[in-house]
Design a protein around this ligand. Sequence first.
Ligand SMILES: Cc1cc2nc3c(=O)[nH]c(=O)nc-3n(C[C@H](O)[C@H](O)[C@H](O)COP(=O)(O)OP(=O)(O)OC[C@H]3O[C@@H](n4cnc5c(N)ncnc54)[C@H](O)[C@@H]3O)c2cc1C
Length: 575
Amino acid sequence: MENKKIRIALIGGGPAALFMFKRLLELGNRNIEITIFEKKEQFGAGMPYSREGANEEHITNVSANEIPHIVTSIKDWVQTVSSDILDLFSIEAERFNEYKVLSRLFFGQYLSGQFDLLHGLAKEKGIAAELKSGSEVTDIQDKPGTSEVSVEVNAQANYLFDKVIICTGHNWPKRYEGKVPGYFDSPYPPSKLRQGFNHTVGIKGASLTAIDAIRTIARHNGIFTEDGTGMLSFKASSDTPDFKVVMHTRHGFLPAVRFHLEDSHLKSNSLLTEEELSAHRQENDGFLSLDYLFEKDFKEQFKDKDEDFYARIKDMTMEDFVASMMELREELDPFQLLKAEYIQAEKSIKRQESVYWKEMLAILSFALNYPAKYLSAEDTLRMQKTLLPLISLVIAFIPQTSCRELLALHAAGRLELVAVGTDSEERVEKEKGGITIRYTTDDGDAKSAYYKTYVDCVGQPHLNYEDFPFRSMLEDKTISVATIRFKEDVNGQEAQQDYPDRVTKHSDGYRLSVSGIAINDNFQVTDSYGAFNDRIYIMAVPYIGGYNPDYSGLDFCEEASGRIAKWLAEEYQSV
Ligand SMILES: Cc1cc2nc3c(=O)[nH]c(=O)nc-3n(C[C@H](O)[C@H](O)[C@H](O)COP(=O)(O)OP(=O)(O)OC[C@H]3O[C@@H](n4cnc5c(N)ncnc54)[C@H](O)[C@@H]3O)c2cc1C
């Protein structure tokens, strides 16, 4: 192996591949040969930061200073950008404020520029790197006999590699779009929503995805104007006087507003270390206890930082804490709360003071992501029921400009939010188009609403094992369904009554199926015997959501690529 180059392929050339490329170059091993396959022409921007996922009105939910380091900082990069591009995004290089969120399309240009810089760095370091655009990977087949992996491109050519890292990112499967008029399975690409709608548009969900859709739709059905106080007002266009948007959500909540983060990269030095986590698991039959993690990586973090808050929560269980935080959201009208949180966040940003408990919840979510596969199924069910819904609301971080637009639309009577509960029924109207939704209000009244236009905005769906795009890996059973073991058989038996499709009995006890495929801590795919594959790695979040419940975007790209590179470095130490 000494003289043979190690052939590494990155499948997909978006942000995950960008971070992985950087990490591979940092290994400084000239004996590697990197090939990156990207189906589009542009590298780096991926889905959210290209036309596939953004129009001019769409912004990042993190500011420039919160973006993990790649080659040059955005602040420095901005100084090198041509005035034509800066003008396009109304940016003045000398007054660039790195504490503000960015246009996603502009950010995409930055990521693309970083990709070019990395390519240049590879040449300087003498590391072979080939970027293949217009190259859609259509299949991947493991070849254990020769310790290689075959990659099929554009359903034609096949290439052999020693390592393959799947970075294919987002995927929004289409079920009805294009077949049922007025039905959109996702708001992406957002250019499709640039339309006049002289009726009420239904939106499923209230996440950042929903807010993306609302921003686009509103712009094409009216106009926002500054009201002199820094806030906005909205006036519907005379062509679409009946324009309105109604968001349908399970509980009737809006996500929380972006504030100032004390640590811009969601890290804390006082979190449990790998060694502590591993020692805890050894004493706990291999399981990580959710209560232990909640105690150490959340509650105890307040002891020094916010004594009052600590005193308030120190005796609370995770369930108590979630209930108390949800209580406020339940009591207040969501738009009233949005306004209050907007004011609180403005203060936080102006004074550069964090809303500490929210920041800690984001850190907990990030910390929980990697060892989540070691929770017991009992704890996984608790986490899915209580903690994750709170986390998804609190750490969505609605940017300030989006907030002002939502408030303006609501004040103009053009935006409403309806809680539909968990038992709502959707009937897709295949003939006349759109959808009918039946639901029960909080007061127990049965209601029905018809939407001629309906956009599913629940966000990136967690995709299942069966949806995996590379057929040979499914057929050859290179991958397996992600499952989590119950600590106690009796709980597994009980859960099987509630979730017969998700709980199965195995030789080591009962297991709960979670979404996506099984991986180990180094993001290597594992087969149904639990054996990891030392040739194939995966960073594509839609397919590993069961074992990685937190979608923290660029932070995830940085962390996961670091873990993969660390493993590769150890493996290739002697090469
Ligand atoms: C709308 C939206 C907004 C977001 N905003 C933020 C944000 O502001 N901040 C943040 O931190 N995170 C954000 N995220 C989270 C986001 O997950 C990451 O920031 C990032 O896009 C993930 O990068 P990726 O490379 O994994 O996926 P993607 O961005 O989806 O990139 C995957 C790339 O692989 C290519 N590809 C796919 N399949 C193939 C194939 N078979 N062959 C070849 N190429 C292929 C695609 O063309 C694409 O270029 C956002 C997510 C969404 C959906």
